[in-house]
Ligand binder design. Structure first.
Ligand code: ADP
Length: 162
């Protein structure tokens, strides 16, 4: 069975990579979907995010059954288009759950053949988000424990350009 893991990944962190790795052991194929949201201002372009995700997967030695795609529109439509029967999302805290439950229920109304599956964040990553990474990096803090080395360098280089 094929699953997809939609998100913004701006940038990908160890929290996301952990979910991808766990999902890749459970499903035949996992498609990481960078969903384009015109209302969200991102630090990295879609192409940069694709590259960073592949770099992260390589540094983490993740399975070969993972692909990275860029999608737009409704997640359920994109999932159907690529033949994924499951949408994976991560839950870090109760605050995530409220939003995720709303999204998952809306997606169920849109397409009842696609299931949403939640992965609980590993405790060491339960505080971790792309926004936290950007905030720390912007203020010159150490982000080396939050994402793989190559991605850390990309984030720091991008911050210098800002
Ligand atoms: P979105 O803008 O769609 O929320 P994100 O890239 O922020 O995209 O997150 C994608 C998914 O990964 C979401 O379900 C989010 O809850 C989950 N996620 C983000 N960070 C972590 C983490 N540290 N551990 C587990 N799940 C996470």
């Amino acid at each position: 069975m094929k699953a997809c893991y939609p998100g913004t990944f701006d940038p990908i962190t160890y929290g996301h990579l952990d979910i991808i790795e766990r999902a890749s052991r459970m499903f035949d194929e996992v498609a990481v979907l960078i969903m384009v949201n015109p209302r969200k201002q991102c630090l990295f372009t879609e192409e940069e995010r694709v590259q960073m995700i592949y770099q992260g997967l390589q540094e983490m030695n993740c399975g070969k059954n993972i692909t990275v795609l860029v999608g737009n529109g409704l997640t359920v439509d994109y999932a159907k288009k690529i033949n994924a029967g499951v949408i994976i999302r991560g839950i870090r805290a109760v605050s995530d759950y409220e939003y995720e439950l709303q999204q998952a229920t809306a997606n169920m109304l849109l397409d009842e053949d696609i299931e949403t599956l939640f992965f609980v964040a590993r405790p060491q990553y339960s505080f971790l988000s792309s926004s936290v990474v950007k905030e720390i990096a912007l203020n010159g803090g150490d982000i080396s424990k939050l994402l793989p080395k190559g991605i850390k360098e990309s984030v720091e280089a991008k911050m210098k350009q800002q």
